[in-house]
Design a protein around this ligand. Structure first.
Ligand code: G4P
Length: 511
């Protein structure tokens, strides 16, 4: 590769911004997403992304959404340009029953925007999602939303974030006016006032802002790029998604200080985004996006290099070549062939089931990205098939849906019917509805005696021996890896104690 080409890759990568929005339901994620897309010119009118916030979604809404591939697809990833940067905004499911999907999506971002309701402060789900980001040291930008309503004191909010999340906060903007009189923001970095309408220096809101900013600057840490990149310090923006105040502050800051695509870890080494050779990680699979074609879309984060349409990459898990005929970018309501993509970009790759979550595609080196996990399910149910004629179809359908990450599939070694594992019960509803809608198979669920599952690793012979002794509590997962199922945590503890030569894992790294 020529020097000019390498320089182009570095330039393109430096202007990629790949992020997700995390929040507690109702804090304003949907509204903020719409406003961001509108600012980026990706949608003509706000209000187009989704009709409803997460909280008011009923079970049937979820079913509808799962069925209506049109909606869920366009919101999986949204690419748009703003301020000379290419943004990839990845959507995370709001409902906690889909937390595994959220976790996988967060493995593909370089930054998360944490939306907080100014009246409510840090809520339950915000904290949980934040912890996931912390595990991966993902830099966090905070957006305190709904400043156009009665809000908590700004200093109290900043304190609460710092104390409950153990995260330093540095105000990037400060609100001008409160509640109905909230009119704009002051940018501490550029020292500029952004208001919806002109306000004089003697306006009481400006006077209050200046006093508070002085206090804030004296009492709170200054923005520090290194601490932000390491996930230790969060710049905080105040605004109102609904009134479109503070949204461009946020986007401008993402343009100004990124972060640009991070290096990604493989089993053997770290891959920098600026490397010449193309590498990509599959972090999400979505099936039947186009109801007329039973295709599957694999969502890949390009981790390095310059990906071009028609390129052949090595599918490291199988060792086979994979031709990228139709990689795609997604916009708010549209998708488009991706002629080229760079490190940080997210592209959709249509395929017929070859690509799985956790897979690596690589131009030359045999690398395997790590960090995409499966969590041990907390709910285990046996699948009951009413029409025995459909057993074969069910087997195939369960494999396909498990590959997509809808549920985890466990095949009991005693030959009994399959067990599915989920983190939240909504996943079971989605499985049932998709089996019927897409495969014409009606199933029911039966309880199992098991409440815990653990992956087993260790010496092959010792695993064999363990399996022989515990056949009725053993199953194979989708990859054929052995899983021990326990009826209680007491039972699990005892088994672990009695088998010190084996390791029992509640998280499996895939890939
Ligand atoms: P979510 O995706 O995080 O669940 O939240 P969503 O954007 O759906 O917002 C939840 C509610 O909060 C919506 O009101 C929305 O209009 C409102 N909201 C969002 N941002 C702001 C803001 O900056 N200021 C104010 N005052 N409200 C905001 P809703 O009444 O529940 O629904 P709707 O009838 O407005 O759609």
């Amino acid at each position: 590769m020529s020097e000019a080409q390498s320089a182009e890759i570095s330039r393109e990568i430096a202007r990629r911004r790949t992020f997700a929005i995390i929040s507690h339901p109702d804090a304003g994620k949907t509204t903020l997403t719409e406003r961001i897309l509108r600012a980026g010119g990706a949608i003509q009118m706000a209000g187009n992304v989704r009709a409803k916030g997460e909280r008011r979604r009923t079970k049937s809404d979820w079913m509808g959404i799962e069925r209506d591939r049109g909606i869920s697809v366009v919101t999986s990833v949204m690419t748009f340009e703003y301020g000379d940067c290419v943004f990839n905004l990845l959507d995370t499911p709001g409902h906690e029953d889909f937390s595994e999907d959220t976790y996988r999506t967060l493995t593909a971002v370089d930054c998360a925007v944490m939306v907080i309701d100014a009246a409510k402060g840090i809520e339950d789900r915000t904290r949980k999602l934040f912890e996931i980001c912390r595990l991966r040291d993902i830099p966090i930008v905070t957006f305190i939303n709904k400043m156009d309503r009665e809000a908590q004191d700004c200093f109290a909010l900043l304190d609460e974030i710092a104390n409950t999340l153990a995260l330093d906060t540095s105000p990037a903007t400060w609100p001008i006016g409160r509640a109905a009189k909230f009119i704009g923001t002051y940018d501490l970095r550029t020292q500029t006032v952004h208001t919806k309408e002109p306000v004089g220096e003697d306006d009481p809101r400006i006077i209050q802002m200046r006093e508070e900013v002085e206090l804030a600057e004296a009492a709170l840490p200054l923005f520090d790029r290194e601490s932000f990149d390491a996930g230790h310090l969060s710049p905080v923006f105040f605004g109102s998604a609904m009134k479109e105040i503070g949204v461009t502050d946020l986007l401008d800051a993402l343009v100004a200080y990124g972060p640009a695509p991070r290096a990604q870890q493989t089993e053997t080494r770290e891959v920098k985004a600026s490397e010449d050779q193309v590498t990509a990680l599959i972090f999400k699979i979505q099936a039947n996006m186009d109801p007329n074609h039973r295709d599957r879309m694999a969502f890949a984060r390009v981790c390095s290099g310059r990906l071009t349409r028609g390129m052949r990459l090595k599918h490291v898990r199988t060792g086979k070549q994979f031709a990228l005929h139709t990689p795609q970018f997604f916009f708010a309501r549209d998708r488009q062939l991706a002629e080229e993509a760079f490190g940080g970009d997210v592209v959709g790759i249509p395929n017929h089931g070859t690509l799985r979550i956790g897979d690596t595609l690589s131009e030359s080196e045999d690398l395997r990205f790590t960090g995409v996990p499966h969590f041990a399910p907390e709910i285990l149910r046996r699948v009951r098939l009413d029409d025995a004629m459909k057993a074969k179809k069910l087997r195939q359908a369960l494999v396909e849906l498990a590959e997509e990450g809808v549920v985890q599939l466990f095949r009991p070694q005693d030959g009994l019917s399959p067990i599915v594992g989920v983190v939240g019960t909504l996943q079971l509803d989605v499985l049932q509805s998709r089996l019927l809608g897409e495969y014409g198979v009606t199933i029911g669920f039966e309880s199992t005696p098991y409440s815990l599952a653990r992956w087993i690793t260790g010496d092959r012979a010792k695993i064999e021996m363990f399996q022989d002794m515990n056949r009725s509590a053993m199953a194979d997962d989708l990859d054929g890896d052995p899983v021990f199922l326990a009826t209680s945590s007491f039972m699990m503890r005892r088994t672990i104690e009695m088998n010190p030569d084996l390791a029992f894992h509640d998280i499996k790294q895939i890939g």
